[in-house]
Design a binder for this molecule. Structure first.
Ligand code: PLP
Length: 404
């Protein structure tokens, strides 16, 4: 058995001297929290994705929460989302007292299935009287792994039923759908579209922790107020030379602002994003080339209309052709010093959601079946071709050894 000399992490960040210099420069200045650098980062990011306005926040979770708060989602409302996601996608709906309405995913991309979303909307609209549990306010798709969800069908549903679209784009920087970047769709749509990005340490670019909400200017203005205690003006506008001490609290807001020293990292990372993406594409290409030959594995798809952000490279095991489980496969990788992960344990099998809504695993059969055979392999921009070869060799060897 070939074992790598050092452990290959699943998704380490790539912070260079440029980011370090910018952080030191910011920390040495008189303004270290939300101020001019955050404002520049918002402008640059908005320009990059082609969004009318942008708000930098403390996480993608915060962006999702703000998006829904801005849309006035609350008690008695429902938001349609996917079980194949990180828990925060559903948590933010719960935080507002609304109900996450889960819809199963499409077998190839594992993105929300628009046809099932349509049936769910119709079902809820048809329900009447005391059993009418919710008024559906929004669709919340996740562009899973960086592969855009079926935006045309989802937007058509939103327009037909008067819903807003909140995109969980934590993985989707930069992803395209029919040649347009995720984050740029709000300009041409008649329904509100709010898009939420993550800059968590493992993401395609990072601010250590952080996120960005983009969308129509009036929504972003409102979200900005919600993001800083519901105060009508931020601290920089109060404490800078041209500021005034007076402020008014107009909402019971949150504390979700991004400080300047983090925006400083973000601005440098954004400049490097195109080169980071080139590398991700190359790694995904090398993996797919190698693994397509193994019938024990299913490689990720890319639909022709989509430009993939390759945040996660998830292979699926053809378990019938192997004598080991997914969990054992991960252990075998670990024995060879290769890190890996699983994206995701579906929401409906997590104890909180399972117990609150009485979900059974088979309620979302595609999400549940696919979860059991998913493995995310290392993919990150500073991964070398040698690292990629080590992963390919380890995976191929495990497949050969445990072939049925
Ligand atoms: C699909 C998805 N949505 C939301 C989040 C939350 O992002 P953050 O950690 O920036 O809040 C994550 C985090 O990994 C995620 O994978």
């Amino acid at each position: 058995m070939a074992v790598r000399k050092s452990f290959l992490s699943f998704a380490p960040p790539w912070i260079g001297q440029e980011e370090i210099d910018e952080v030191v420069n910011t920390l040495s200045s008189d303004w270290i929290t939300t101020g001019p650098k955050t404002q520049r980062f918002e402008e640059e990011f908005g320009d990059f994705v082609g969004a009318p306005a942008a708000l930098a926040v403390s996480s993608c979770t915060a962006a999702l929460h703000l998006a829904l708060a801005t849309l006035k989602v609350g008690e008695g409302d429902g938001v349609i989302t996917t079980p194949m996601t990180f828990c925060s996608t559903a948590h933010v709906i719960e935080h507002l007292g609304a109900r996450p309405i889960l819809v199963d995913v499409e077998p190839d991309t594992l993105n929300i299935d628009p046809e099932q979303a349509c049936s769910e909307i119709r079902k809820h609209k048809a329900a009447a009287g005391p059993n009418k549990v919710t008024r559906i306010k929004a669709l919340l798709p996740v562009h899973l792994y960086g592969h855009a969800a079926e935006l045309d069908s989802l937007l058509q549903l939103c327009e037909e039923h008067g819903l807003a679209l909140v995109e969980d784009a934590a993985h989707a920087l930069p992803a395209t759908y029919k040649g347009r970047l995720v984050g740029s769709f709000s300009e041409s749509s008649s329904c509100p579209i709010l898009t939420c990005f993550s800059f968590y340490a493992t993401k395609n670019m990072t601010t250590v922790e952080g996120g960005m909400l983009v969308g129509p200017s009036e929504h972003i203005q409102e979200a900005r107020i919600w993001s800083i205690h519901g105060i009508s003006r931020g601290a920089y506008q109060r404490y800078s030379a041209r500021g005034s001490w007076f402020y008014e609290v107009v909402r019971p807001g949150f504390k979700y602002n991004m400080p300047d020293f983090q925006a400083a990292i973000g601005r440098q990372q954004l400049r490097k994003l195109p080169s980071f993406q080139q590398r991700r594409h190359r790694i995904a290409g090398l993996y797919s080339q190698a693994f397509s030959e193994l019938e024990e594995l299913q490689v990720p798809v890319r639909r022709p209309v989509v430009g993939h952000a390759w945040h996660i490279y998830a292979v699926r095991l053809n378990l019938d052709a192997l004598t080991l489980s997914r969990d054992q496969f991960i252990e075998e990788l670990k024995r060879r010093n290769i890190g890996s992960s699983v994206h995701f344990i579906p929401i409906h099998v997590q104890p909180y959601y399972r117990e609150k809504y009485g979900f059974r695993p088979e309620d979302f059969p595609v999400a549940h079946r696919e979860y059991q055979r998913l493995i995310s392999l290392p993919i990150f921009p500073k991964m070398t071709d040698e690292d990629v070869s080590d992963v390919v060799a380890a995976v191929s060897e495990i497949v050969r050894r445990f072939k049925r």
